[in-house]
Design a protein around this ligand. Structure first.
Ligand SMILES: [Zn+2]
Length: 224
């Protein structure tokens, strides 16, 4: 999970949200409910998360279906059905696990409002809360991102990404050519950036490497 900055809301929402909400509150039909799925709204929200689930950072698409979800469930707060701050992109798996959880005294973490990056810690492909952070604990437990058996497909994909990262780090350490080493380091920096899948995990792994790791000699035998 990465911290996210909400872009300004699309005009179609500014122009219609009050009318849409009035219509829905008068007649809560499926037709009136799903107007937040307007293509322009979805496009802007997809840009916000770089096309990823806001919670598990899986790229939303063919292999990982996802859509717009309401951070605060509309069952509890129908007035937030078309509220811009309440809309976010989530994969089906995270959305289902988050379900209708709503507790005003212990809210699910909000990547737009909470500094989620400082409240979660990554150990391999798993995500844990910082000790004593109850909101973060509720979030990781509901999402089942703290157990390898809770989300086997997600954990498999994250593990694969971690293995690739370890391979890239190994290549950087072994590379003696300065220019090629710089290219590899640049590639690693891209993998840590918010555009990439599971970037919080990759960044945590890279941040945990010892100082000066890139210039360590692999072995005396390898030095020329
Ligand atoms: Zn997800």
């Amino acid at each position: 999970m990465r911290n996210l900055t909400k872009p300004s809301f699309p005009e179609v929402l500014a122009d219609n949200r009050d009318i849409w909400l009035d219509d829905y509150l008068r007649n809560p039909s499926e037709h009136n409910r799903i107007k937040y799925r307007h293509p322009t709204i979805k496009k802007t929200l997809m840009e916000e998360t770089n096309g990823k689930c806001a919670y598990c950072e899986s790229k939303v698409g063919h292999n990982c279906p996802g859509d717009i979800e309401h951070k605060i469930p509309v069952d509890d707060r129908p007035d937030l059905l078309f509220n811009w701050d309440n809309l976010i992109i989530s994969c089906t798996e995270c959305n289902r696990r988050k379900g209708t959880y709503y507790d005003e005294s212990c809210m699910f973490l909000d990547p737009n409002k909470d500094d989620v990056e400082s409240r979660l810690q990554h150990i391999g492909p798993l995500v844990f809360n910082k000790p004593g952070d109850v909101r973060a604990e509720v979030t990781v437990r509901l999402l089942e991102i703290d157990r390898p058996d809770g989300r086997p497909y997600l954990m498999g994909r994250k593990y694969e990404k971690l293995e690739n990262t370890r391979g890239l780090v190994k290549s950087i350490v072994r590379e003696n050519n300065v220019i090629l080493k710089a290219f590899l380091i640049q590639e690693l920096e891209v993998q840590c950036s918010t555009t990439e899948e599971y970037s919080a995990m990759v960044k945590a792994y890279v941040d945990g490497l010892p100082p000066g790791w890139a210039n360590q000699t692999a072995s005396p035998m390898g030095a020329t």
